[in-house]
Write a protein that binds this ligand. Structure first.
Ligand code: SF4
Length: 382
């Protein structure tokens, strides 16, 4: 039984220049229709459940920018969530937030509703970078948002940072890491900039108006950052995620560890009972269908044994805990040490992989090209 739930809030106050997520500009009227549709989706999907689901151990509001929602919307959503789910005593309840929208009042409201973790999209502590990324917030608002969260009683704070930015240097990244850790968040997500789809920053790069660091520099900075954060007590537990001991994001771990989870919202993806259910990312279709009492357009993927096997390899190698060789063999009949023994020996030799104690783990260097390595370790039917 799933014990995690994700809720997608698709609104943003401004669209960032690098963002290829599904999101729309916020407007109050659409927000009201969206919330009604969201509550309708929960009612429709959960009516299939026999009895109440097990208590949730994690609930995660992602976006978009969930903190664009009004107080009234938050109260309606939490009232409905509370009708369908109970929470374990130590449940982790996270809201993603943009610093400028994380006012003292909003964070107090969220704390009152049960939120105990907030993840701020800081991205950079350089004014020039924030402007280039099209971020709506400024550097000062990051520190203020962290302070507001703590004063509201939300002690568990995470910051997102992006590296591989235009005109990035070793020292500019060092400044970002120092500024981020100076705020003593419990958790840091450290993502490489990826420019996918038709995003404005990608076009600027193509027109050579801005230049990105090359892969060798990015890889070196990634390894430097792992060491920098490690020296300050932030243990890496996933390719892009670091935490003080005991503060790993339990919601995201459920995803990487392939546990089932509910998901609601216009771009939500749930995994339940051997199926992956993907809502079509289209807010208007979402609202239209749910206001007529129908589920939104979605696709269902059946997670066959071979798909599970691939996901186990790809997702386990993202984690520093690594891939359990015995579990892989016993669950899927794939003896990776025999089938990929030569390749693993080569990867060990160049320092990308460590094979020890029945686990395959990527090194910092290997993490940087994890997708490539994980694909090469998958069986031939891929
Ligand atoms: S705030 Fe986040 S979701 Fe919204 S546009 Fe910017 S990067 Fe995308």
């Amino acid at each position: 039984m799933a014990a995690s739930c994700y809720i997608h809030i698709p609104f943003c106050a401004r669209i960032c220049s690098y963002c290829d997520f599904y999101r729309v500009l916020h407007d109050p009227a659409t927000e009201q229709s969206f919330v009604a549709a969201l509550l309708g989706e929960m009612a429709l999907r959960l009516s299939d459940e026999r009895g109440l689901p097990a208590p949730l151990t994690t609930l995660y509001f992602g976006g978009g920018t969930p903190t664009t929602l009004s107080e009234q919307s938050w109260r309606r959503i939490f009232a409905t969530v509370g009708n369908y789910f109970s929470f374990g005593e130590t449940a982790e309840i996270t809201v993603e937030a943009n610093p400028e929208s994380a006012t003292a009042e909003k964070l107090q409201l969220l704390h009152e509703l049960g939120v105990n973790r907030v993840s701020f999209g800081a991205q950079s502590f350089s004014t020039a970078n924030l402007e280039r990324l099209g971020r709506i917030h400024n550097v000062e608002q990051i520190a203020l948002a962290v302070q507001n969260a703590r004063q509201a009683g939300i002690a568990n704070v995470s910051l997102d940072l992006i590296y591989g930015l235009p005109d990035e240097t070793d020292s500019s990244l060092d400044l970002d890491l120092k500024a981020a850790t100076a705020l003593t968040p419990q958790h840091l997500s450290f993502y490489a900039l990826t420019l996918e789809g038709e995003v404005p920053l990608r076009h600027q790069v193509q027109r050579q108006e801005v230049s990105l660091p090359d892969d060798d520099h990015i890889a070196k900075r990634y390894v430097t950052a792992i060491n920098f954060l490690g020296d300050r007590g932030y243990q890496q537990y996933e390719i892009s995620n670091f935490a003080l001991p005991g503060h790993e994001c339990r919601h995201n771990l459920a995803y990487w560890e392939q546990r089932d989870y509910f998901a609601f919202g216009p771009a939500a993806v749930a995994t339940l009972n051997g199926k992956r259910i993907r809502n079509e990312p289209d807010l208007m279709a979402y609202i239209k269908n749910l206001s007529a009492g129908r589920l939104p357009p979605h696709e269902i993927e059946h997670l066959t044994g071979s798909k599970r096997l691939l996901e186990t390899i790809m997702l386990s190698l993202r984690l520093t805990s690594g891939l359990d060789v015995t579990l892989l063999r016993d669950s899927f009949g794939y003896d990776i040490l025999i089938k990929r023994g030569d390749l693993l020996a080569k990867l060990q030799e160049v320092g990308d992989v460590i094979v020890a104690d029945g686990f395959i783990r990527l090194t910092g260097r290997g993490m940087f090209r994890s997708d490539l390595i994980a694909s090469s370790l998958c069986p031939d039917f891929v």
